[in-house]
Unconditional design. Structure first.
Length: 406
């Protein structure tokens, strides 16, 4: 494992960090209700986490909403038996749930309990954007962070971010942060915090943590045009390898998070990390990445990364799956409609169908009632109700994509 400087902190952080948002899952049957539910496969998750730590990963990232609140609990179990002392442990305050100043104490104490630890090495304000940053200021949450730090409950203070460069710069300049977590990959160099924001934060000595290095897996999809680009390269490298190396090539990047749900993912990503280094990419490598960027730009329509922050929906709409189907038809065109329609038709079309399936089937876009509860949760700033309406026009009413979106 390669290690890097954690901004101005006295940490040597592993190039690869473990993001606990996509742990392995399994389907179980609730003994009381007889309902099928998807839960974290604890044994596999603990094995994978410890395997990563045993091989040098020393940065573990989780958050309150991951896996419906289960992630922090499972991470806490994985870090027993001496593993807690081997890592820097990070979680996040769900700012959107804070309605009064005292809520800070409730969430922090509950998270420490779930994680079975007496302190966090880094505590982040989760998913800051303009409105949520106003919540931080309104309830003096930075002062609450500082008080918790003085008590030894947290060691360092930071935030994760989903908004524009201008908002990012405003937040960076507001406080003397220890760390900032941003969405960044070779497709998003001009999106959200942007490369300019990455450099701006790093130049202030702030440790920059990278999330969504593969754009929710999109940057590993081998389209024919993408394969033609890869064939030209003198080195045989996977798409994931190239995406990770693009990030580790930059001196401003401290650690790159990956949501790993299988042992083979951990092994492949650790191999990539072991090959990483600052300013090590050749001109050919950079040219290949540039060509891949231009090709993928043609295919990605909606910036949904399947993070599931928008779930659960009060109307039982499976928002991420509906958006995945929209992106698929935008990506592959009308020739993909038959296969996509099969997925859409298999989803629940009425509240009664959801109820009859005991929650096993979640709804298609037609069930959206425009309540807008999802809007504040989406880190990508997608106008979810509006797009769901368009999804149903295309997949429910049979309109062509170009007819709806132009």
């Amino acid at each position: 494992m390669k290690y890097r400087k954690m901004g101005s902190l006295d940490w040597e952080v592993s190039a690869l960090g473990f993001g606990a948002m996509r742990l392995p899952t399994k389907e179980i049957v609730d003994e009381e209700t007889n309902e099928k539910k998807v839960k974290i496969d604890e044994d596999k998750a603990i094995h994978i986490l410890r395997h990563a730590i045993d091989n040098g990963v020393n940065y573990i990232d989780t958050a309150w909403p991951y896996h419906g609140g289960e992630s922090e609990i499972v991470v806490g179990k994985a870090l027993k038996d001496g593993y807690r002392e081997k890592v820097k442990l990070v979680t996040k305050l769900p700012v959107w749930l804070v309605k009064k100043e005292e809520d800070f104490d409730f969430f922090l104490n509950k998270q420490l309990e779930k994680l079975q630890t007496d302190h966090l090495d880094l505590y982040l304000f989760h998913s800051l954007k303009t409105r949520l940053f106003e919540t931080v200021k309104k309830f003096n949450l930075i002062k609450k962070m500082e008080d918790a730090k003085e008590k030894g409950l947290i060691k360092h203070i930071g935030f994760s971010f989903h908004d524009s460069y201008e908002v990012f710069k405003e937040i960076i300049d507001y406080y003397d942060w220890d760390a900032a977590q941003i969405q960044h990959n070779y497709l998003d160099i001009d999106y959200q915090a942007t490369t300019k924001g990455l450099k701006y934060a790093a130049n202030k000595g702030i440790a920059v943590i990278i999330m969504e290095p593969l754009r929710g897996g999109k940057l590993t999809m081998p389209f024919p045009e993408v394969n033609e680009i890869i064939k030209k390269a003198s080195k045989n490298r996977t798409l994931a390898f190239r995406a990770f190396q693009f990030l580790w090539n930059q001196p401003e990047v401290s650690v790159v998070l990956s949501g790993m749900g299988a042992k083979w993912m951990v092994s492949q990503n650790m191999y990539s990390a072991d090959q990483s280094g600052i300013n090590t990419l050749s001109e050919e490598d950079l040219e290949i990445i540039s060509e891949l960027r231009e090709e993928y730009k043609k295919h990605i329509f909606l910036p949904c990364t399947n993070c599931e922050y928008c779930q659960p929906c009060p109307s039982s709409v499976n928002i991420p799956l509906n958006f995945t189907l929209l992106n698929e038809i935008a990506w592959w065109g009308e020739r993909a409609r038959p296969n996509i329609m099969r997925w859409y038709d298999n989803m629940a079309k009425s509240p009664e169908e959801v109820e009859e399936s005991k929650g096993e089937k979640l709804g298609n876009a037609s069930l959206c009632i425009q309540c807008e509860e999802c809007l504040e949760k989406c880190p990508q700033g997608i106008d979810i109700p509006h797009i769901l309406e368009k999804v149903d026009e295309i997949l429910g009413k049979g309109k062509e994509f170009s007819e709806v979106f132009g």
